[in-house]
Design a protein around this ligand. Structure first.
Ligand SMILES: *Cc1c(COP(=O)(O)O)cnc(C)c1O
Length: 494
């Protein structure tokens, strides 16, 4: 049986996995979404001893069912290799009453590496399968981490170009340097005068511009997306939820079949949606706890069923979650309204025109799987300090948001099920925030903070930040958000 991915906005737009990966976004503005979930034999007596790569093959094989076994082996073995600094790829650490699933051992020390290290292989393999020999241009809006991780994956991959937009004042110094020092002849980085939502809205507009698409095709060029709207990003993220569960079985923390909660620090809703998909292929899930920072649109949504983006955008110490329009929520909405594309399209139109929508009837078995909460800046800082004092372990601010939300959830609900916190970044990516939270001292400078963080945590300084302060800056372009398309056309010689 071939699995079909349908646009969330058009019942007639159905494609296979490799077509969905190649297109990125559907041309009608929707997101390609599985209509039903593959049957996967999750036998944890075996899976507990499986490597990350073996779990990946099981999950990817089920969702990307038009890929051959050889193609999957090729993609997986090139992605999850020594780019990761641990053989486990995603180690699980027990801290007090929670388990932190460390998703930051890849080349850019954030969880985006988990999917972006494999996406270039999934994409070039998909193109080959579809007989496409156009040059593929990856267009990406980033709130800080995606852009770098995408470039690390795509740099100098033949037949590809990658253009990354980031909000000039919305990323950390380390994040900015990681991007502006990026090597590779096919990489382009542009800072915009605007926030992440501006960047994302304009990137989406370019994808949906039929005239631009034709002019590109005339030059044997096409866009694709490395954003988490691409199903090729989402599916690899399902893997680590299954893997984490297998580790809990292996270490006798749970018995196969026991339900586990996952708390996920959420921005674009990709990571937590992957956890939902894991539950749909049979992973025993208790609650999926959606953790937000002060940009708490999603907390309100899960409480009231109203999504209302009309509120001030806040710049926080967890910038990768500073988002008012969570793109991947559209996929959950689609499922919540019974895979109804017309209804989903109407809701998304309401969001664009009125800035809000309200769900009327939802499938309770999906909606009730979720819990939600948010952490203020002060709570996040206090949580970093608490975990350090209790476990001598330093969380990054995104992970600390989730950790804080979970601890409050646990107190309020008395739900003491084993809970995994998706730990989405290394503290070395946000060293000033981490050091300040623990020691109450502002290092004043990111690189001084790296050294101080090393003294405090004794964790080795990752390669990703060790040489950043001396690496040459290669990208300096800044444009107004309304000039993004002009910049793309200039790069591509249109
Ligand atoms: C991207 C990111 C998130 C948010 O993940 P989504 O899939 O967008 O919800 C959280 N933490 C970090 C460190 C990230 O880079």
């Amino acid at each position: 049986m071939t699995l079909f991915y349908q646009s969330t906005r058009d019942v007639n737009n159905k494609v296979t996995a490799s077509q969905a990966i190649l297109q990125g976004l559907a041309t009608d503005g929707g997101l390609f979404t599985p209509l039903e979930f593959p049957k996967v034999d999750l036998n944890f007596d075996q899976l507990k001893d499986a490597s990350y790569q073996e779990v990946a093959k099981l999950v990817l094989g089920a969702f990307l069912d038009d890929f051959t076994e050889e193609e999957l082996d090729y993609c997986i073995s090139h992605a999850y290799d020594e780019k990761f600094d641990t053989k486990a790829i995603a180690p699980l650490v027990k801290l007090g009453n929670q388990y932190n699933l460390e998703l930051f051992h890849g080349s850019t020390i954030a969880f985006k590496d988990m999917a972006l290290s494999i996406l270039p292989y999934l994409l070039t393999t998909s193109a080959k399968k579809q007989g496409v020999d156009n040059k593929i241009v990856i267009l990406t809006a980033t709130s800080g981490d995606t852009g770098k991780a995408a470039m690390a994956g795509f740099a100098d991959v033949p037949g590809t170009e990658i253009i990354v937009f980031y909000p000039k004042d919305g990323v950390s110094k380390i994040q900015e340097l990681q991007m502006t020092t990026q090597e590779g002849e096919n990489t382009h980085v542009i800072a915009i005068d605007g926030n992440f939502d501006d960047a994302q809205t304009n990137v989406k507009a370019m994808f949906n511009d039929a005239d631009l698409r034709e002019r590109l095709l005339a030059q044997k060029t096409q866009f694709s997306s490395a954003n988490s709207m691409n199903i090729g990003r989402l599916v690899p993220q399902i893997v680590y939820y299954v893997y984490a569960y297998a580790q809990l079985v292996k270490t006798n923390q749970i018995t196969a079949g026991d339900k586990v909660n996952f708390t996920v620090p959420t921005g674009n809703f990709g990571n937590i949606l992957a956890a939902y998909y894991a539950s749909q292929i049979g992973l025993p899930v208790g609650k999926l706890i959606c953790a937000s920072n002060e940009n708490n649109v999603l907390t309100d949504f899960f409480t009231t069923k109203t999504y209302d983006k009309k509120r001030p955008f806040k710049v926080t110490t967890s910038p990768s979650m500073d988002i008012l329009v969570s793109s991947n929520l559209e996929r959950l909405i689609f499922h919540l309204v019974g895979n109804d594309a017309e209804e989903t399209k109407a809701l998304m139109t309401a969001l664009a025109t009125d800035g809000q929508y309200t769900l009327d009837l939802v499938k309770p078995e999906i909606f009730e799987l979720f819990a939600a909460g948010f952490a203020t800046e002060a709570e996040t800082e206090a949580e970093i300090k608490r975990v350090y004092e209790e476990d001598c372990y330093i969380e990054d601010p995104h992970t600390a948001v989730a950790s804080s939300v979970y601890q409050r959830y646990r107190e309020q609900t008395k739900d003491t099920r084993p809970t995994v916190i998706a730990s989405t970044a290394s503290p070395y990516k946000f060293p000033r925030v981490a050091v300040k939270a623990v020691s109450n001292q502002d290092s004043g400078d990111d690189f001084k903070a790296v050294a101080e963080l090393h003294d405090l945590s004794k964790v080795a300084i990752p390669k990703a930040v060790a040489n950043l302060d001396t690496a040459p800056i290669r990208h300096t372009k800044v444009v107004a958000s309304q000039d993004m398309q002009a910049a793309v056309e200039a790069y591509l010689g249109l």
